[in-house]
Design a protein around this ligand. Structure first.
Ligand code: HEM
Ligand SMILES: *[C@@H]1O[C@H](CO)[C@@H](O)[C@H](O)[C@H]1NC(C)=O
Length: 466
């Protein structure tokens, strides 16, 4: 009798929970729930309730993070916190952040609020975060081999940050804004074909691999003059291990060992290249440690360089495949404008590494709350939101190459238009913290998409002769 009651009770409780979870599947009800949660809760309870809402998005979207969860979360954010205010509360769902960090973080999501941090000449950075993973919880091998503090961890404008960026700008010619075509030959690795038959027959996973191989092969050639044709499978494997860690999913020690091993093969090749040797020598001459600096650069190339450029190329090709006739024609009419617009709508790097507040700050939020952030606490920025701010981009979801304010996208952290005014990628007052790989990744992604577009065009019905 007693046991029966208990079972009944548990069942009823579970059923209620499931039913309310089911109810928040309905978009209108979910929005009302989110409003209640973010208006009235704070601290731990907000963190828990916020994660229930995130779990709802994952369920509703059948796990499609990039294609759906992000949009669902963005809609909530804008409804609650408003573009005009631009700052809101973000409940991180990374296990790592839940276990070690703050359960609620300030989020800069409007274009203006993102710029406020990305253009701050004295913006702080926490030494211990690699995106959503706290570095203290990562197994050995994930971060660069000789020194876990990377550029992303250094305050904007600090001497160390400036010196390291200057080294990249001076010693890696591929990062320059303009390169004569003789210096960069786009080549397709063995085994990659883009014929119409191959593209239409490939699974999305198979296509992704082809795109990433093409990007990785040319990236290492252009940047370091190194041939990684035999390492392409390993680079892909590496990216697959790293991607969840960036989101704060805990890593196993064997994964760290595997990453270190793969990275060591690439690093070894780079240290023996002409570019690599000159880079290390220059670093040593400047009182830095050449080996550490080069190892950091290889680490970043395998992260933002390979993954960022690869994902942008892949997402763009996926978009093209949704309406091949329309998009291939648009691409052909102005490849750079096309790729800028693709980078605005599909930013492959979600934003900056978390920032660190350097003084106590009070944010007045559109929900009526005032959020206090103490000096030292971290905050986040999302370029995927800032790039769709209707205050800057009219009808932000429409794909319009050459649109008004096209160059104001923040996918490379500072505006493309501002960065284009700098002499070198070392950083300039107009764009103090733009991605140093901006121009390289743009040339590379354009060449890669161009190649696959050729294959897609091959499968289109022949154009009517004029
Ligand atoms: C489409 C591809 C890429 C995108 C969207 C991208 C985006 C970004 C963003 C948003 C940041 C700012 C991170 C922060 O400040 O915390 C960044 C930083 C950086 N990126 Fe890229 N990146 C891409 C490709 C590359 C490539 C090809 C390289 C070089 C090989 C590169 C090298 C770097 C470096 C060194 C930093 C650190 C800069 C600093 O902290 O001052 N990126 N990138
Ligand atoms: C990272 O983890 C360490 C050790 O648990 C902790 O002291 C530190 O505050 C964490 N950093 C952040 C930014 O959450």
């Amino acid at each position: 009798m007693c046991a029966c009651g208990l079972v009944w009770c548990t069942c009823a409780l579970l059923a209620t929970l499931l039913a309310s979870f089911g109810l928040i599947m309905v978009p209108g009800i979910e929005q009302a729930a989110a409003r209640l949660v973010f208006t009235h809760l704070s601290g731990r309870s907000l963190s828990i309730a916020g994660n229930v809402i995130t779990a709802r998005h994952f369920t509703y979207c059948l796990g499609d993070y990039l294609g759906c969860v992000k949009d669902e979360a963005a809609r909530d954010m804008v409804n609650l916190f408003m573009w005009e205010t631009g700052i809101g509360e973000f409940v991180p769902f990374s296990p790592n952040q839940l276990m070690n960090g703050d359960g609620v973080l300030p989020l800069h999501f409007s274009h203006a609020a993102y710029r406020e941090v990305a253009y701050d000449l004295l913006a702080g950075r926490p030494p211990d975060m690699m995106v959503f993973s706290n570095k203290t919880s990562l197994p050995a091998g994930v971060m660069p081999d000789f020194e876990p503090d990377i550029l992303l961890n250094l305050d904007t404008g600090s001497e160390e940050h400036t010196n390291r960026r200057k080294l990249l700008a001076d010693m890696l010619p591929a990062l320059a804004k303009d390169r004569s075509s003789g210096d960069e030959h786009f080549r397709v690795p063995t085994g990659v074909e883009a014929s119409a038959a191959v593209i239409s027959g490939a699974t999305m996973g198979g296509l992704k691999r082809k795109v990433f191989d093409t990007v990785g092969y040319n990236l290492f050639d252009w940047l370091f003059e190194v041939n990684v044709e035999n390492e392409l499978a390993e680079l892909f494997e590496y990216d697959g291990i790293l991607a969840p860690l960036v989101l704060g999913i805990p890593a196993m020690s064997f994964q760290g060992r595997r990453m270190a091993k793969i990275r060591m093969t690439a690093f070894d090749k780079v240290t023996h290249s002409r570019v690599g040797k000159a880079f290390m020598r220059a670093a040593d001459d400047r009182g830095m440690d050449g080996q550490k600096r080069l190892s950091e650069m290889v680490w970043i190339a395998m992260f933002a360089g390979y993954g960022g450029t690869g994902n942008l190329a892949f997402e763009t090709i996926k978009r093209i495949l949704t309406d091949p006739a329309k998009y291939t024609a648009l691409f052909r009419s102005d490849p750079e404008a096309f790729m800028l617009e693709a980078a605005r709508l599909h930013p492959p790097v979600a934003g900056m590494n978390p920032m660190a507040y350097r003084k106590d700050t009070y944010h007045k939020l559109a929900t009526g709350k005032t959020m206090k952030v103490e000096a030292g606490q971290i905050g986040v920025t999302f370029s995927s939101a800032a790039n769709k701010d209707p205050q800057v981009f009219r009808d932000p979801y429409n794909f319009v190459p050459g649109r008004e304010n096209a160059e104001r996208l923040l996918s490379w952290n500072n505006e493309w238009g501002d960065f284009s005014r700098c002499d070198t990628v070392a950083g300039c007052p107009e764009a103090p913290r733009g991605c140093p790989g901006t121009f390289l990744s743009m040339r590379l992604v354009t060449a890669t998409v161009d190649f696959f577009v050729g294959g897609i065009e091959g499968g289109l019905p022949l154009k009517q002769e004029l």
